[in-house]
Design a protein around this ligand. Sequence first.
Ligand SMILES: [Zn+2]
Length: 425
Amino acid sequence: MNQQLAKAVADRADEIVNLTVDLIRFPTVNPPGEAYTPCAEYIARDLARRGFETRLIRGEGAPGDNDRYPRTNVVARREGNRPGPTVHFNSHIDVVEAGEGWTVDPFAGTVRDGKVFGRGACDMKGGLAASVIAVDAFLAIFPDFPGAIEISGTVDEESGGFGGVAHLAKQGFFSRPRVDHVIIPEPLNKDRICLGHRGVWWAEIQTHGAIAHGSMPFLGDSAIRHMGAVLEAFEQELFPALDRKQTSMPVVPEGARRSTMNINSIHGGQTEDHFPGLPSPNVADSCRMVIDRRFLIEEDIAEVKSEVTAILDRLKRERSRFDYHMRDLMEVLPTMTEQDAPVPQALAAAIRDVFGKEPEYVISPGTYDQKHVARLGHLHDCVAYGPGVLDLAHQPDEWVGIDDMIQSATVMAMGLNALLRGVNA
Ligand SMILES: [Zn+2]
């Protein structure tokens, strides 16, 4: 283990805490995308002070972008003094809403019992702070380094990343030759390396009917009953079939080591908005269902979709007056970086040094910004690695451990050293 690097990180313990607290105090809640600009500007100022060239880049035209809620990203770069690879640390600055059940102010950044509390503490302002301090420690020990280091704070990860990493990736910010290696400090636990994620397919299924007076439903045709037939078929056929599809991807938690589908919502019949509690006495002429299908690297997306349409088409043949409409809402292919790629190797060696044990390689059940790095940036040497307990993300009283941040910053600093200077020691 490089004791100098480890010491340089440990010497910056207060700085890690202060940076995390400052970041939590920007209530970057998404939606709608609150306080993005002041938070990005704060990061830019902090990194400029550490010798980085910084740029603010707005995700113009992205969903949710407007003058009231601009999607402001920050990208910072520091060149070494001779040619070499570029290592990029990417963190999202947006957080989900605080919600109920907090015993501390979610945006105060309370420090207590070796932890920093607040919305985004673990997901992922603590990870951002850890990466900044890792880089700062590295620069203090190795001011004469090859290549370049980049740090970005990006928006909208919690809503798909379109105004953030996707926007930047389309402009070449996550492609060679500008960048070679990407580390995303999401809270996957300090001794785990997350190689990728399962795929996602969101779709809306609509069944049609015919409106009639509710006292004479036989004169109409209920879209809700048709949707009931869809649900029944899903229960009988689709869910059991998905349960049987196991993956070789090391997804955590283990329950997600197979195909899954969630039914996000069902809306059928006429709206109750006009007279709350007084629905209109009509037969439903429309029913809509949104499904959230998570699939595996072993599955083909066309096959994933046809499993659903096969059921719907069969109902159309068998069930009188059944008709449907299907609309794709979102699709993301599964992605998995090879375990022996440079970034996982560098981090694995550092984890062995810091914790004296083998890292655990995992796959996330849900997606994160790695999808855009892979698909739009065509860069595949990318993993998620950062402090914090994944289960705490999005919960009340979210926290990140100070020791965890210091240890994972040490791993990041040593990983950076290996990637840029080709040495682990
Ligand atoms: Zn996150």
